[in-house]
Design a binder for this molecule. Structure first.
Ligand code: HEC
Length: 92
C-alpha cells in the first residue's frame, strides 16, 4: 500500500490541520459566523449539527447547495479533510 492511499482523517499533518482550522475561521466564518452560530449560512455549532448525518453535511460541503450561497469546496478539500472538519465542528 502506498502512503497516499493510507491517509485518513486521523492522519492529516498538523500543518494541514492548522490550514483547515484557518479556513473554517476565515472562509466558512464569513457566512456561518465566528464561532459559527449562523449568519448568511445556518449555525454549524454542535447542537445544530446533532441531528444531521455526516453524509448530509459532507455532501453540503463538498458539492455546495445549488440555488443557495453555499459554494462547493471539493476542489479545496478532500473527502478525508471534509470528514475531519465535520469532526471538529461536532466537538467544538
Ligand atoms: C458564501 C457563503 C458561504 C460560505 C463561504 C460557506 N457557506 Fe456553508 N452554507 C451557506 C448557506 C447559505 C447554507 C445553507 C444552504 C441551504 O439553504 O441549504 C450553507 C450550508 C452549509 C452546511 C449544511 C448545513 C445544514 O444544516 O444542512 C454545511 C455543513 C456548511 N454550509 C459548511 C460550510 C463550510 C465547512 C464552509 C467552509 C469550508 C462553508 N460552509 C462556507 C453559505 C456559505
Amino acid at each position: 500500500m502506498t502512503i497516499s492511499t493510507a491517509i485518513s482523517a486521523n492522519e492529516l499533518t498538523s500543518v494541514r490541520q492548522q490550514e483547515l482550522l484557518n479556513m473554517l475561521k476565515h472562509d466558512c466564518g464569513s457566512c456561518h459566523g465566528l464561532p459559527p452560530k449562523g449568519g448568511l449560512g445556518p449555525s454549524l455549532m454542535p447542537e445544530a449539527l446533532a441531528g444531521k448525518s455526516d453524509a448530509l453535511l459532507a455532501d453540503a460541503i463538498q458539492n455546495g447547495r445549488a440555488g443557495t450561497a453555499m459554494p462547493p469546496w471539493k476542489s479545496f478539500l478532500t473527502i478525508d479533510e471534509t470528514a475531519w472538519l465535520i469532526q471538529q465542528l461536532r466537538t467544538r
